[in-house]
Ligand binder design. Structure first.
Ligand SMILES: Nc1ncnc2c1ncn2[C@@H]1O[C@H](COP(=O)(O)OP(=O)(O)OP(=O)(O)O)[C@@H](O)[C@H]1O
Length: 356
């Protein structure tokens, strides 16, 4: 297991990149803890796979260095980096049995057979494939084959990191949930450094201790699921995490108040100067209270989603989503107030610190 340092990494696929837009990864400079479970989350094309391939060694970054426990591995091939990888599609040996597939990476490194058996038995139990341990991989379903791939990724205890690139794509939705929970347990039990690429927020939030949100070739926030929910660093994080995403409303700032049309909203603190910057107020639908007091809204529709209702409303000509408990009712003359604890202020999309 290793700490991973990404030291001023930039990557462009084109020769002679000049502008920021020429880079698939604009600048990544972070340290990831030894034994951390990280999910790389972001929309298609934001640079997740590029970053993962730089960590694995499939790609050499145009600029910057990558270090495992302080050792520069930038110039090393994947096989020299001592990592395990699980890809989107299963990579298994069809002619081998399930348990021989799992044993392969261990035997390959000359592990004693008694130790191999013990470790394989452990992994078989964890991924729940004990019943078919002696069956050939050929003919198994894609689900089962991908479980073998996951098991192969987990079988070695001595790897620096395990990298997963959208590993549950081919897995049946019900089993997805099961495997995600199992991976989380395995992480707790073995403490590997894990990096998990996905564009699915549920997958990221259930798997990871820390979610790395990427957007346009940059890491816009690294945080716990709770931090991403409560304090999105960038408006994109607000939109992308949560369902529905954060409401973002244009405002002008007046000390510790934000003006939205004709309304003045009290902020948790005063914002610094924002001259020439676009200022917006972010509030998650869960922090908007619907009642008879506050700012008037018009209601467009109400969606029933299990234990909650999502109210689609408009305030001062802007869309506003509100989350209500299923038994709350919508007043005839609806108004809203914003819970100050849920208010964030953004200048040119980045969250501002509010003073006391
Ligand atoms: N081999 C390549 N040659 C040129 N451009 C590439 C190459 N691979 C990726 N890109 C570009 O780099 C950017 C980042 O791509 P990347 O595959 O890392 O994104 P991603 O977040 O993993 O997307 P997805 O979720 O669709 O896999 C995109 O604009 C993509 O078109």
């Amino acid at each position: 297991m290793a700490r991973i340092d990404l030291d001023h990494i930039r990557h462009a696929y084109m020769p002679n990149p000049a502008r920021d837009e020429d880079y698939a990864l604009r600048e990544v400079h972070h340290s990831w803890d030894d034994g951390g479970a990280y999910a790389l989350l972001g929309p298609s094309g934001c640079g997740k796979t590029t970053l993962l391939n730089i960590i694995s060694g499939l790609l050499t970054p145009s600029e910057g260095k990558i270090l495992f426990d302080g050792r520069d591995v930038t110039g090393l091939q994947p096989e020299e980096r001592n990592i395990a990888q699980v890809f989107q599609f299963p990579v298994v040996y069809d002619t081998m049995t399930v348990s021989d597939n799992l044993a392969f990476p261990l035997r390959n490194r000359g592990m004693a057979e008694a130790e191999v058996k013990k470790r394989v038995a452990e992994v078989l139990e964890m991924i729940d494939l004990g019943d078919i341990a002696h069956r050939k991989a050929r003919g198994l379903t894609a689900d089962l084959k991908q479980k073998i791939s996951l098991g192969r990724g987990l079988v070695r205890a001595d790897v620096n990191a395990i990298l997963f690139d959208e590993p549950l794509t081919v897995i049946d939705p019900h089993m997805k949930w099961q495997l995600r929970s199992q991976l989380k347990l395995l992480h707790r039990r073995f403490g590997h450094t894990m990096v998990y690429v996905t564009h699915d927020q549920t997958e990221a939030l259930t798997f990871a201790d820390k979610v790395v949100v990427m957007y346009g070739g940059e890491i816009v926030q690294i945080g716990t699921p709770q931090e991403l929910f409560e304090r999105p660093s960038h408006t994109f994080v607000g939109y992308f995490i949560g369902s529905p995403g954060m409401n973002v409303l244009p405002v002008t700032l007046e000390g510790a108040n934000a003006r939205l049309g004709q309304h003045s909203i009290v902020l948790p603190g005063a914002a610094g100067p924002t001259i020439g910057k676009r200022t917006e107020l972010g509030i998650r639908p869960e922090f908007v209270h619907l009642g008879r007091e506050g700012m008037p809204v018009t209601i467009d529709k109400i969606e029933d989603v299990g234990r909650q209702k999502i109210v689609r409303a408009a305030i001062e000509g802007h869309e506003l989503a509100i989350v209500l408990d299923e038994d709350s009712s919508v007043p005839a003359d609806p108004h809203v107030t914003f819970d100050p604890a849920g208010i964030n202020i953004y200048a040119d999309d980045w969250r501002m610190k509010l003073g006391g």
